[in-house]
Design a protein. Structure first.
Length: 225
C-alpha cells in the first residue's frame, strides 16, 4: 500500500490472489479443477451450512492479509472503500439476492478497544456502492468471545455458539427479508454460521455471506498456487 489513502503499488497488486470460479456454489470454496456449473464441495453436501451462499474476494495471505490487519488493528478505516469494491466484484450474485446488509458485530468491550467495527465499515461502504440498506445495530454480540486466531474448528464453534442475538426491538427490520451478512475474513465459517442462525431465529428469510478474504486451509481441495 502507498500513501495515507487506500492504494496498492503495481508490485503489490500483482501478488493479490483473487478468488475466481470454479468454486463450490454454496460455500465459495475454490476448486483446483472445474467440476461444472453448480458443483458442490463434499462438505457442503455432508454438512450444509445455515446460510444460502458464501463469497469472498481474495485469499487471506500476503498483501491482502496486511490490508485486513490495517483495517482491523491499525485504524485504517480508509481501506474499507477499496476492500468493498473488491467484494462487490466477487459477490455480485449474493448482493443481487439480498435485501439488506448486516455486519457481524463486535462485543462492546472489543469495540471500545478498537474504536470501530471493521465489518460494519465494510458494510457501510457496500451500502454506499450498491444502494442496499445497511441495518446498523440490528444484531449484537451478547457475550465476549476469545480471539478465534489459533483455535481449531471445534474450539471455534464452541467459542461463538450462542454469541449473537437480534437487538431487542429490531426483529421487525429483518422479518421476511433476505440478509447479506458482512465480515472481514472467512476462516472455518464458525462465526458467520453462528451469526446466520441468530438472524434466521430473528425472522430473516435467508442469509448470504460476503467477506473480503478467505483463509485457505491446508488439506482442503482448494487452489493454493
Amino acid at each position: 500500500m502507498t500513501g495515507r489513502h487506500a492504494a496498492l503499488c503495481p508490485d503489490c497488486w500483482g501478488t493479490v490472489r483473487f478468488i475466481e470460479r470454479p468454486y463450490c456454489e454454496i460455500t465459495g470454496l475454490p476448486f483446483v479443477h472445474d467440476r461444472g456449473e453448480g458443483f458442490l464441495s463434499p462438505d457442503a453436501i455432508a454438512n450444509p451450512p445455515p446460510y444460502q451462499k458464501a463469497r469472498a474476494a481474495v485469499f487471506h495471505d500476503g498483501v491482502a492479509r496486511k490490508v485486513v490487519h490495517g483495517l482491523k488493528y491499525s485504524d485504517r478505516a480508509d481501506l474499507a472503500a477499496m476492500m468493498a469494491a473488491w467484494m462487490v466484484r466477487a459477490g455480485r450474485d449474493v448482493l443481487d439476492d439480498s435485501d439488506v446488509l448486516v455486519a457481524v458485530p463486535l462485543h462492546r468491550g472489543r469495540l471500545f478497544a478498537r474504536r470501530y467495527n471493521q465489518s460494519a465499515e465494510l458494510a457501510r461502504q457496500l451500502a454506499r456502492i450498491t444502494g442496499k440498506p445497511f441495518l446498523a445495530g440490528a444484531m449484537r454480540r451478547v457475550r465476549a468471545t476469545r480471539q478465534q486466531v489459533g483455535l481449531g474448528l471445534r474450539a471455534r464453534q464452541d467459542n461463538v455458539r450462542g454469541a449473537f442475538s437480534i437487538q431487542p426491538g429490531q426483529a421487525h427490520r429483518l422479518l421476511g427479508l433476505k440478509v447479506l451478512l458482512v465480515d472481514d475474513v472467512f476462516t472455518t465459517g464458525s462465526t458467520v454460521e453462528a451469526a446466520t442462525r441468530a438472524l434466521l431465529r430473528g425472522g430473516a428469510r435467508q442469509v448470504n455471506v460476503l467477506t473480503f478474504a478467505r483463509v485457505a486451509t491446508p488439506g482442503e481441495e482448494t487452489l493454493y498456487a
